[in-house]
Design a protein around this ligand. Structure first.
Ligand SMILES: Cc1ncc(COP(=O)(O)O)c(C=O)c1O
Length: 329
């Protein structure tokens, strides 16, 4: 498919299952819906970041690093999976988490602690703005730190999703798919899918549901994804390039912002749980599934379509949202 196949460490169980959501399809009265279960990657309760970490931590080890640093929100799934991968590989792990320590460390934060990560609180800076300071500090202590960018979204992280689409090819006839719908937040998944689809020459539409109001630094988010897809192509020796209409980012579902659970997410969580026995998460996949359901309601997806929802994980954060999810606040 392309010139280079990158080395990786094994951190999860692949291929993750693909399941048919027949009851959900029938209750929503819309397209055939399939689900790719990356919530079952297996690394400390799973998720899409396991794929990225297989390539990123291979690079860390190849460079002789003994410590990893990354950043995210208090309920970051990326940080929790990084902590687990670091434990498995016996690397010291520093997580820079936005906000202030909550009264109770639950959900992903509980798991970060159990996994032995060292946690640093960064207030309003939840996207890794203080990583350079931490890097210097650890170097001064004689460590060899490896920085994993926010969300693991660089060329190596994105490449993992080129490889994920190759994995999907071994599981079903993807020429029959009309859409792949997924949560898009730091952009690596979306960029990798964009490149993977082009390399595989598939016609399905990639629908990234934007999870976060914020843009990445100075660059609008869709542009960031496009640039990362281009850079990842160059990185693996492919001449493919992308233009702005290659990136479909549904921006209508951010509601009151990142991590704020509303009716859309709650309804999607409940319907998926009650008809399929499958748990989504409140921040990412709940919002993305809410977007998919809305696209059915508004006729953007019809019974002619065959849609694959990529479950990117995140379920541990359900427990941190217990009050909101039960009381409906
Ligand atoms: C559960 C879950 N889904 C989706 C995403 C989005 O993936 P990306 O950051 O590659 O856009 C994340 C990122 O944190 C996540 O934790």
């Amino acid at each position: 498919m392309h010139n280079r196949c990158l080395p990786k460490v094994n951190l999860g169980f692949f291929p993750t299952p693909v399941v048919k959501l027949s009851k959900l399809s029938s209750v929503l009265g819309g397209p055939n819906i399939l689900m790719k279960r990356d919530d079952m990657t297996g690394l400390a309760l799973g998720g899409n970041k396991t794929r990225k970490l297989e390539y990123l931590l291979q690079d860390a080890i190849a460079k002789g690093c003994d410590t990893v640093i990354t950043a995210g929100a208090v309920q970051s799934n990326h940080c929790r999976q990084t902590a687990a991968a670091a434990a498995l590989l016996q690397l010291e792990c520093h997580l820079i988490l936005g906000g202030d320590p909550p009264k109770t460390a639950n959900g992903n934060l509980l798991l970060d602690n159990l996994l032995g990560a060292q946690i640093h609180w960064s207030g309003t800076k939840r996207k890794g703005e203080t990583i350079p300071e931490m890097l210097e500090l650890l170097r001064a202590r004689g460590k060899k730190p490896y920085v994993i960018p926010y969300g693991g979204s660089n060329e190596l992280g994105a490449y993992a999703f080129v490889s994920a689409l190759q994995e999907l090819e071994t599981q079903l006839d993807t020429t029959q798919l009309s859409h792949i719908v997924f949560a898009s937040s730091s952009g690596g998944t979306h960029a990798g899918f964009t490149l993977g689809r082009a390399l595989l020459q598939r016609a399905y539409t990639l629908v990234g549901i934007n999870i976060d109001k914020g843009d990445t630094g100075e660059v609008p988010f869709a542009k960031f994804i496009l640039n990362l897809a281009d850079r990842t192509a160059g990185f693996i020796g492919s001449a493919v390039t992308f233009k702005s209409d290659d990136i479909l980012l549904a921006a209508d579902y951010v509601g009151d912002g990142y991590g704020v659970v509303g009716k859309l997410e709650k309804e999607a969580l409940e319907i998926t749980a009650r008809y399929e026995g499958i748990l989504l998460d409140p921040v990412y996949t709940g919002r993305a599934m809410g977007g998919l359901m809305d696209m059915i309601r508004t006729g953007k997806l019809t019974s002619e379509d065959r849609v694959l929802f990529w479950h990117t994980g995140g379920t541990p954060s359900l427990f941190a949202y217990a009050e909101t999810l039960i009381s409906g606040k």
